[in-house]
Design a protein around this ligand. Structure first.
Ligand SMILES: O=C(CO)[C@@H](O)[C@H](O)CF
Length: 538
């Protein structure tokens, strides 16, 4: 019955070429997920010798992944789908995501091989000699500090680069990686006829030709002018010569970039009309998978805490990253990363709640909103947002104190973490709106007392969502959006029948008054700590 049921199920596929695996989900027209599969690089392709899907080089700064591992993973996962009887003939469209910032270098002549693949052979046998470098730099690389300084200097400094491209220069951002390749290996650079991101590389495999880079993932390169949605000639020129012709022109993320290559029609039975919708970065795809809307904020509470913001009018800054929005080309999204996340919460749980989340929750229940004016900053590792390290506690009179009673410490930690999130989100242009929903995910989102503080600090309801496959699911949703006409149709309309997130907490009465008083104090004290602490050398 399942097979018969599956046979008639028209669907879209959502792919995720992430750091550790390639994953796929099939979503039917009612937006139900009915198939998923994955191939793990370390486990299923051990011949490449990766750890966590990557190679960390001896200099401990350079981090790469072998492009042929990604190619072979696609062969494997399509083979698994085929042997499980997946009915490819029902696939109307597909889209996907790739780890952001990584870059793939196609060797001169590769487009010929890509467009004339023999369906009798796997991809990896036919693409062996199509790449000018086999080990691709990825987001974990931090070997391009010199190139970052060159780029910022050339365009008038970090803030100028942020206003232009949405971020100051970051080592992992693709422009700086391309600059390093051009400087260190000019031969490989000149033998590259095309440079893709991981997302557009994956789309190219399905297209049988070079896929353009989409606006959203292109915003993670320090090369795209995010307002005008064109490459910044100034940035291109600093990084490498003739770069624009190797990148091609960027496209709206919801674009249909072509029909699937005949290779997949003949080898797997995809319909010839199956559409390929531009692939994008994993975080933009996750935003789509979480169905974030204007005014919403997604809080991923993990080892580090990551905020996904929807911005109408971005205010580029020296922290965080602003990208073109993947589901609304007029708007933007932002990522803000807080390094002291769950490890900090677990430390305070161990110290002040004798290792028990139950006691931790009781402490939150037994202390009042606003913590009687006590405020804390808890950064046991150097924080990214902002760059502060150490623990700093202040009483209601703004006097620094060396300790708090256990319960006060616990509330000070959680209120402080969430007030920081609100303050830095607003610094990027985010504003809480009457219709704002907070979508919480990750480990700590299972603790309703922590979510209650989140609702109180933001003055907005908190919903919990499962984001295990959010990049894949978001990619399948975007495939439906592209199929429905893309820019002419609202993404929210296309996905409105998807399962709704569940409400976990609503703000306590009086919450907005309490935090309206506390937030400015927190912000001023953060500035005080910043001005007195030794900032790490640039
Ligand atoms: O560098 C990042 C975002 O800027 C990471 O989240 C990568 O996208 C992970 F693949």
């Amino acid at each position: 019955r399942a097979l018969a049921e599956r046979a008639g199920r028209r669907c879209c596929l959502g792919w995720d070429f992430s750091t550790q695996q390639v994953k796929v989900v099939a979503v039917d027209a009612e937006l139900n997920i009915f198939y998923e599969d994955s191939v793990h690089f370390d486990r299923d392709l051990p011949e490449f010798g990766t750890q966590g899907g990557v190679h960390v080089h001896k200099d401990r700064l350079t981090v790469t992944s072998p492009v042929l591992m990604w190619v072979q993973a696609l062969d494997l996962i399509l083979g698994k789908m085929k042997s499980s009887g997946f009915d490819f003939s029902q696939v109307l469209a597909l889209s996907g995501a790739g780890q952001q910032h990584g870059s793939v270098y196609w060797k001169t002549g590769a487009s010929l091989a890509l467009s004339s693949l023999s369906p009798a052979l796997p991809l990896h046998q036919q693409l062996q000699s199509c790449f000018s470098i086999s080990d691709c730099p990825i987001w974990m690389d931090s070997s391009t500090t010199a190139q970052c300084h060159q780029l910022e200097a050339a365009v008038g400094g970090a803030q100028a680069l942020s206003c232009l491209t949405g971020s100051r220069a970051y080592e992992r951002f693709t422009g700086n990686q391309i600059a390093k390749l051009f400087q260190k290996n000019p031969e490989a650079y000149s033998h590259s006829e095309r440079i893709s991101l991981v997302s557009s590389f994956a789309a190219s495999l399905f297209l049988g030709g070079y896929s353009p880079i989409d606006y959203s993932d292109g915003s993670g390169m320090n090369l795209l002018q995010i307002q005008e949605k064109v490459w910044s000639q100034a940035c291109l020129d600093v990084c490498a010569p003739h770069l624009e012709e190797k990148l091609g022109s960027p496209v709206p993320s919801c674009s249909v970039v072509g029909a699937i290559s005949s290779y997949y029609v003949q080898r797997y039975g995809f319909p010839p009309g199956c559409k390929v919708v531009a692939f994008t970065g994993d975080n933009p795809a996750s935003l789509a998978g979480m169905r974030l809307e204007e005014g919403d904020i997604a809080v991923s509470l993990g080892t580090s805490d990551t905020l996904f913001l929807w911005l109408q009018k971005p205010m580029p800054a020296l922290e965080g990253h602003i990208f073109c929005n993947p589901v609304d080309a007029q708007h933007y999204m932002a990522l803000l990363c807080f390094k002291n996340g769950s490890l900090m919460r677990e430390k305070i749980r161990d110290e002040s709640a004798s290792c028990s989340w139950n006691k931790f929750s009781k402490a939150l229940q037994s202390t009042a909103m606003g913590n009687n004016g006590n405020l804390g900053f808890y950064f046991d590792v150097m924080e990214i947002t902002p760059e502060i390290i150490g623990r700093h506690r202040f009483n209601a009179e703004n006097m620094e104190v060396s300790a708090f009673p256990g319960d006060v410490e616990i509330r000070a930690l959680i209120e402080g973490q969430f007030m920081a999130k609100r303050i830095h989100a607003e610094g990027l242009g985010y504003r809480v709106m009457p219709k704002t929903k907070i979508l919480a995910t990750g480990g700590a989102s299972h603790n309703k007392d922590i979510l209650q503080v989140l609702a109180d600090v933001f003055g907005a309801p908190v919903y919990v969502i499962d984001t295990t496959s959010s990049a894949c699911v978001g990619s399948a949703y975007r495939a439906f959006h592209g199929l429905a006409g893309g820019t002419g149709v609202a993404f929210s309309e296309v996905v409105k029948s998807a399962p709704q997130p569940s409400l976990a907490a609503t703000p306590n009465p009086g919450a907005s008054q309490v935090y309206a008083a506390l937030l400015p104090r927190y912000s001023a004290l953060e500035q005080r700590i910043l001005s007195t602490s030794q900032r790490p050398l640039e």
